[in-house]
Write a protein of this length. Structure first.
Length: 510
């Protein structure tokens, strides 16, 4: 077996995903063959692997950090919320049904432990090191019995655990201590130490607290990572301020043309793959903002209706808030509108849904001559085509099947036959996620948007989204290399948690 490490966190959003990616990038730059792993992920941001498996986008990003091709082994269980109480369960890249939280934690989750451990063992038999990411907090004492992603997998696979804490939130010392103290004696044996994330200021002022934490827990701190803007790439869930310009923050430049382009993204319920607009934010002079009020579309040069796990629910929300009427007015004025996946379905004439919402026939916004029928089988592909005279690549994740009744195909094959989507005037729709990451296509699309919006905007000729993403991943690797004790970290990965770590009472309740 290879070396391994589980990156846990004091809370959700403590920085586990980016720390895991940073460790992967640091290791691969040292010549180590490394892979990421997350046993169970809950996210609406997903990706399709080359073999047609759906996994969390965070794990795809971590695989890119490790410079390996992502596979279903790296995220065997993906939960895609459909409401506050139920999720679609995706097992080894394929959906296997809807399940309530009680049903999942009541037995299904525990039954998946063998699958999860088999995937991890296969990765550890192939790579020099496997860096695993936990979920939420390892001290969720109400869920410990069925845990397969935090201490459950650490104990079974005998992985050392590094606990990450976000000091920018405050209370990091209490969070570190409390996390350890709420674990059972057996679980505590695998918690090797801590990593402070998002520190601002003079580290020397923090060191006395780290020394006291070591004295209280017998566990060292493996590094203090400074706060850096623009590193919230491919977040699992939530709408974060960093996403409004995360990629562009690494390269702030003025617009090439005389005008900027203002992009308004409708923050619809159960929004999925909102990372699609990161590529727009990467362009100098493109201002991306997420909106939830009709008046915020008034000055938009492009309105984007993104993907969603609940197309009918999102359509109802748009109507309730007056955004549906505002989108229709935008299109009537000749200003551009783009629908992606569920957003594309919303722009059509009608939706027949007996699968996702079971709402039956629902009228869409009628901006595109498209009829959508939800199929029980999910489409999971990595297509390639041509649009606006440029090569374009993407990935599809949807139950809705679109019947295009008119307009022009948005994306075609090499022979000019329509592959996907529809265009009528300045209204576009496509099922393809990630298409805007194709640089030539993105520039051509933005030129069309600028012309329709009457803006003197010119896309930069040299913006490479892939290069900007690599730059971000290198920054994550730099954080680990420059601000963590990498020698001690490697010993941890190679040899496991130190022996004789003290038990911190009270431990998990009996």
């Amino acid at each position: 077996m290879s070396g391994g490490l589980l990156v846990a966190g004091t809370t959700s959003d403590a920085g586990k995903s980016v720390v895991t990616a940073g460790i992967c990038r640091w290791l691969v730059r040292q010549g180590v063959k490394v892979a990421p792993f997350k046993a169970q992920n809950m996210s609406l941001n997903s990706f399709v692997t080359r073999e047609g498996a759906e996994i969390g986008r965070a794990q795809a990003m971590q695989a890119q950090a490790a410079r390996v091709e992502p596979t279903a082994l790296m995220n065997p269980v993906l939960l895609k919320p459909g409401s506050d109480r139920s999720s679609q369960v995706v097992l080894m890249g394929k959906p296997v049904g809807e399940m309530t939280a009680r049903g999942y934690h009541g037995g299904r989750q525990e039954a998946l432990l063998t699958t999860v451990l088999d995937c991890l063992a296969e990765l550890r038999g192939t790579y020099d090191a496997v860096i695993c990411e936990g979920a939420g907090s390892p001290a969720e004492i109400n869920l410990r019995r069925t845990d397969i992603v935090n201490m459950g997998i650490a104990r079974n696979a005998r992985l050392p655990v590094l606990v990450v804490g976000d000091i920018d939130r405050g209370g990091v010392f209490a969070s570190f201590f409390g996390t350890v103290a709420l674990l059972s004696r057996e679980d505590q044996e695998f918690v090797a130490g801590f990593l402070v994330n998002k520190f601002r200021g003079d580290v020397s002022l923090l060191e006395p607290g780290l020394d006291m934490l070591h004295g209280l827990t017998g566990r060292r701190t493996y590094g203090v990572l400074p706060f850096q803007h623009g590193l919230g790439i491919d977040e699992e869930d939530g709408l974060r301020v960093s996403l409004r310009g995360a990629v562009r923050e690494s390269r702030v430049t003025s617009p090439v043309g005389e005008d900027v382009l203002r992009v308004a993204v409708c923050a619809i319920p159960l929004m999925s793959n909102f990372t699609d607009v990161d590529a727009l934010a990467a362009e100098p002079g493109v201002v991306v903002r997420f909106v939830d009020r009709a008046e915020e579309l008034a000055d938009a040069d492009l309105v984007v209706v993104p993907g969603t796990r609940g197309t009918v629910k999102a359509l109802e929300w748009l109507r309730e808030r007056g955004l549906a009427d505002a989108i229709v007015r935008t299109a009537a004025e000749g200003r551009p509108v783009l629908g992606i996946c569920g957003g594309f379905q919303i722009l059509g004439e009608h939706i027949e849904d007996e699968v996702e919402s079971r709402a039956g026939h629902v009228d869409g916004l009628g901006l595109l001559p498209v009829r959508v029928r939800f199929a029980r089988e999910k489409t999971l592909t990595r297509p390639v085509g041509e649009a606006l005279g440029e090569h374009v690549e993407g990935y599809e994740i949807h139950h809705g099947v679109a019947e295009v009744m008119g307009g022009d195909a948005f994306i075609s094959d090499d022979d000019g036959h329509g592959l996907d989507g529809c265009r009528v005037g300045a209204v576009w729709g496509t099922h393809w996620h990630g298409a805007l990451e194709s640089d030539g296509f993105r520039r051509a699309f933005l030129r069309e948007v600028a012309a329709a919006a009457g803006r003197r905007f010119v896309p930069a000729a040299d913006t490479s989204f892939a290069a900007l993403r690599e730059e971000q991943l290198d920054r994550l690797g730099d954080l680990i290399e420059e601000h963590a004790d990498t020698d001690a970290l490697w010993r941890l990965i190679e040899s496991g948690a130190p022996q004789g770590l003290p038990f911190i009472p009270p431990g998990a309740p009996a």
